[in-house]
Design a protein around this ligand. Structure first.
Ligand SMILES: CC(C)(COP(=O)(O)OP(=O)(O)OC[C@H]1O[C@@H](n2cnc3c(N)ncnc32)[C@H](O)[C@@H]1OP(=O)(O)O)[C@@H](O)C(=O)NCCC(=O)NCCS
Length: 301
């Protein structure tokens, strides 16, 4: 019996809807289809913080998404650009990006690009590239990591758990590190996270948050002026999660911080690229001042 047969079914008509009007389970199914680890709660945080579009087919199935978060009046962080694998390389990704740009005219755009998406973003004019390493794995506490040495240089000051009264200091540090008022995003992250701060001369000079995300927990954002300070505020999170899955996304220039993550049991899993349209997306207020040592997530930046 002849069993080999082919049927070409490639005619799709897509319409756009407000992403908040489609079922969250459909969004989750879409991100799973491209191998992304996001949980329902990870999507929900983005839906609470931002806006976006869902491309749906004739019978209402979500086959593509794009979202954006506004930081301040004129910066737009684009994220969650996904098209269903069977639909890829037919122009849907570019179409969603162009709609996102059109709906945010006049804004400066930034994003974190996967390898698959980089060519599309370059074609749309994005540049100012910065390599970001995604480090993840089951972590070990310092004492249980035989043959490894976690950079353990002592830093001046006191590392302690974050208090509600520290929130203004965190906002100030975040603004100095990114150039934007991300208070809404930070507020949502604070609600979902545990945090540690480094206090020096009665001033908060660094912080690291950690929250459930994807397959385990993510350490981020981490904001500090030096990698040593960043390691000091991140170490308690590593120790608290010994034996569990932890992730951190850090600009590749942070070699001491990356070494600390690797010595803690995480591996460099892959890399993505921070990109900006027209200018660098995140610019610290001072070159030697606080900067992003780990991202809140690839979507949030
Ligand atoms: C990235 C993604 C959204 C692109 O969607 P798409 O529907 O294929 O996009 P388009 O058809 O508009 O293609 C846009 C460009 O990217 C290129 N492209 C698409 N998939 C590619 C791939 N896997 N590798 C290299 N280039 C690719 C296309 O050839 C096209 O280039 P061209 O305009 O020079 O011909 C899609 O591949 C995807 O969902 N990937 C998984 C999730 C992801 O990585 N999202 C990006 C988040 S930053």
């Amino acid at each position: 019996m002849e069993t080999i047969a082919r049927l070409h079914l490639d005619t799709f008509e897509l319409t756009l809807r407000d992403i908040k009007d489609v079922g969250p389970e459909q969004l989750h199914a879409l991100s799973v289809s491209v191998g992304w680890p996001h949980r329902d709660t990870d999507w929900q945080m983005l839906l609470d913080l931002g806006q976006g579009l869902a491309a749906v087919d004739e019978i209402g199935r979500v086959v593509g998404t794009v979202m954006w978060l506004r930081y301040g009046p004129d910066f737009c962080m684009v994220c969650m650009l996904i098209t269903l694998p069977r639909l890829q390389e037919q122009g849907a990704g570019r179409w969603l990006m162009e709609r996102a740009h059109a709906l945010n005219q006049g804004a400066v755009f930034g994003l974190t690009a996967t390898k698959e998406a980089k060519r599309l973003y370059r074609a749309l004019g994005y540049g100012h590239e910065q390599k970001i390493l995604r480090c993840q794995g089951e972590v070990v506490s310092e004492a249980r990591a035989p043959g490894t040495s976690i950079a353990s240089g002592r830093v001046e000051g006191l590392v302690r758990p974050l208090l509600a009264s520290d929130h203004d200091s965190l906002l100030r540090l975040d603004r100095a590190a990114t150039g934007y008022d991300r208070s809404a995003a930070l507020q949502a992250l604070l609600t979902a996270s545990q945090g540690y701060v480094l206090a020096r001369n009665e001033e908060i000079v660094a912080y690291a948050l950690c929250r459930p995300f994807g397959r385990g927990h993510v350490v981020g954002p981490v904001v500090a002026a030096t990698e040593a300070d960043a390691i000091a505020v991140s170490r308690p999170h590593v120790e608290l999660h010994a034996g569990r899955f932890l992730r951190a996304d850090t600009p590749a220039c942070n070699t001491a911080f990356t070494n600390f993550l690797v010595a803690s049991g995480m591996q460099i899993h892959d890399s993505v690229t921070s990109m900006g349209l027209g200018r660098a997306p995140f610019t610290p207020a001072r070159p030697d001042g606080p900067r992003r040592i780990a991202l809140a997530s690839q979507a949030i930046g």
